[in-house]
Design a protein around this ligand. Structure first.
Ligand code: ZN
Length: 282
């Protein structure tokens, strides 16, 4: 009898811990909603944890990549990114934008907490501030919608399973920390960029379109930008990561056209930005 009581005690404690853990996870889950789309998100790590990972990953990228000292490019990115982040739901993040000197890479990326990298190869394709606003709108959207933390959470779930996770989360078990690091490690192997899902990519397009419009750039320019991207990358032997994990051009442009009327309403009441041409001379 004594043994049985002890066993019941243990089960009781276990269920109590599990209940608290699941309740806490539930609170975290219900607290997150993506901006613009209102999509509910499953996020199991704190904003601080995710942002710290972003800082670490960015330092890693900075130690490997060459930062561009092209004044025209750097000024353009700072100018446009400042307007975009200003209209985002996370304007007070510690934003940092870097241009990497790599003319062959037609790419850009975003890390949790507001660390944005733009490869110099994408700037001639962006061509002007509105084109760059399309790229940066998309990247800022990934950050503002906590897509990185969402990917890490998906990694935790995949590795631990829901019950083990509930128990582990109750005391910040090292298992969770390991899972977080492994999920994050997957991202690092592809150059500090966490692979986003198709849903997140499409969502970043939609939020990005709204952000560029709110920031005073004509959202119709996003369609012109994607047409230029298609031309610039059509003869590439392998599609760059920015494209490989993103929707095809056809889907992307037709989605943007569908969201255009909503974006135009924001543009009409925006503080208009001048659409400067970005000279490629450097
Ligand atoms: Zn993306």
């Amino acid at each position: 009898m004594l043994n049985r009581t002890r066993k019941l005690d243990w089960i009781g404690k276990f269920l109590f811990v599990l209940f608290i853990a699941l309740f806490t996870s539930f609170l975290l889950i219900t607290c997150y909603k993506a901006p613009v789309t209102g999509r509910s998100q499953l996020i199991l790590i704190s904003e601080e944890e995710a942002n710290q990972m972003g800082v670490t990953a960015f330092q890693e990228v900075l130690s490997k990549e060459k930062v561009s000292n092209n004044a025209v490019y750097n000024e353009a990115v700072t100018r446009v990114a400042g307007r975009i982040t200003g209209v985002s739901v996370t304007p007070r993040y510690n934003w940092d934008y870097k241009v990497f000197k790599d003319d062959k890479t037609i790419n850009a990326f975003a890390l949790p907490g507001g660390k944005i990298g733009v490869y110099s190869g994408i700037i001639p394709v962006a061509m002007n501030d509105a084109g760059l606003a399309t790229v940066l709108g998309h990247e800022v959207a990934h950050v503002a919608a906590h897509h990185g933390a969402e990917r890490i959470s998906a990694g935790i779930l995949a590795q631990l399973g829901a019950v083990a996770l509930g128990v582990a989360l109750s005391n910040r078990d090292p298992l969770v920390v390991n899972a977080i690091m492994q999920a994050y490690g997957i991202g690092v192997t592809v150059g500090g960029i966490l692979p986003f899902s198709r849903t997140q990519e499409s969502e970043a397009d939609r939020i990005g379109l709204i952000y560029m419009a709110k920031a005073g750039y004509h959202p119709g320019e996003a369609i012109d930008f994607w047409n230029r991207m298609e031309l610039a990358t059509q003869n590439k032997p392998r599609p760059p990561e920015f494209l490989a994990t993103h929707p095809g051009y056809g889907t992307r442009v037709s989605n943007l056209k569908k969201w255009l009327p909503e974006a135009m309403r924001y543009y009409e009441s925006s503080d208009r930005a001048t659409n400067l041409l970005i000279s490629s001379a450097h």
